[in-house]
Design a protein around this ligand. Sequence first.
Ligand code: PM9
Length: 460
Amino acid sequence: MYNRKAEPYKIKMVEPIKLISREERERKIAEVGYNQFALRSEDVFIDLLTDSGTGAMSDWQWAGIMQGDEAYAGSRSFYNLEKSVQDIIGYTYFVPTHQGRGAENVLFPLLIKQKGHYVLGNMHFDTTKAHIELKGGRAINLVIEEAYETEKEHPFKGNFDLEKLEAFIKEKGVENCSFVLITVTCNSAGGQPVSMENIKGVKKIADQYGLRVFFDAARFAENAYFIKQREAGYENKTIPEIILEMFSYGEGLTMSAKKDGIVNMGGMIAIKEDEELYTQVRSMVVPIEGFPTYGGLAGRDMEALARGLREVVEEDYLESRIGQIEYLGQRLTDAGIPIQRPVGGHAVFVDCKKFCPHIPYHQFPAQAVCVELYKEAGVRGVEIGSFLLGRDPETGEHLESPMEFLRLTIPRRVYTDRHMDVVADALIEIWKRRETLKGFDFTYEPEVLRHFTAKLKPVE
Ligand code: PM9
């Protein structure tokens, strides 16, 4: 673990970061109502809010930025990206979009034919769930129970519970289901992978009932790496071979390319072979995202993405990437700090139900640890728990999340292991005085996606 191979790249350009004083950090976080989303990034030392659009592009990608073809229609960069998509994903058709939710906004209304129809997922990401619901659908999570048991080791905690999936279709009737969406890796459960066997199982059930299978492919390469590492029969396959097989079980995908595309902005819809669906997507993308050969992206963005998709499937890169997450996870585990185990592909998820059992869910234990980590070391993480979940629309009560996570999300190719040590050391200090942490209450609570803009105060 501690002797892992060094990063397969060297640093050509640096961006200074500064640690402001403890007094300043305490003042800044109080000023923004103890909501880390409202902090200015210049007041953050190590930013682990998200891995989305925060990665470092390579010199080859930056060269692509200069070579982007900015033609409104028929851009050369579009065709370069199309070639990468066809080579790596293996699907015939694709349209670029400005980011993942842009892709969902275009594709989902074409798939959700009737109000109230179910979209069956392992665990939908929150903005994906929001898009399903905005289109009148109902987002259903059918992930295996082990996903909720953070201490229990399981190699594929992102798997569907296949029995639950089939039982749900039988109970509700296939005529009330729209499609199946496999999220790889399963972000909300901790960046947890889905096995090939499970993907095949989902496909088999879907075929049996005549349901279509799509992927939410934001972290597809990280998923493939876990399959190679953990699934029998795949140890000698290459990452590109595994990716092609994975996607062969779906009809199409939406992708936020800000993750495994290693770009700062971008997304796409890709479709295996359904020309009719592609024609519909093409016509819908025009009013929503832009002409189908740019779909909300500049030519330079498409050029960088065409190259990022080729870089992200390199095994050396993935080994170093996942190795860094494992390194941070191991340091916390060695200190006795409870985390989702094994660690996932893009983040370490700290189990704050166990970190702060004295703070009830409606006072947001993971937010308490998150705020403390910023005060301690200028590190910005993010709460994935009851603060994010919101209230029951019928009763108005706070919903209790099954997990109270502080997500330490690692941007791609940005921080060194020394930065990981700063994060681990700070969290270990907080762990030692965890009983002193206090929960939070609202001073301002917006109705929708409250965690982004809410303001809080510590509970006395
Ligand atoms: N995920 C994340 O931080 C960024 C937005 S919320 C701070 O994890 C999946 C699995 C995602 C995801 C975004 C999207 C949406 C779809 N699916 O952000 O619209 O993790 O590009 O993608 C975020 P966009």
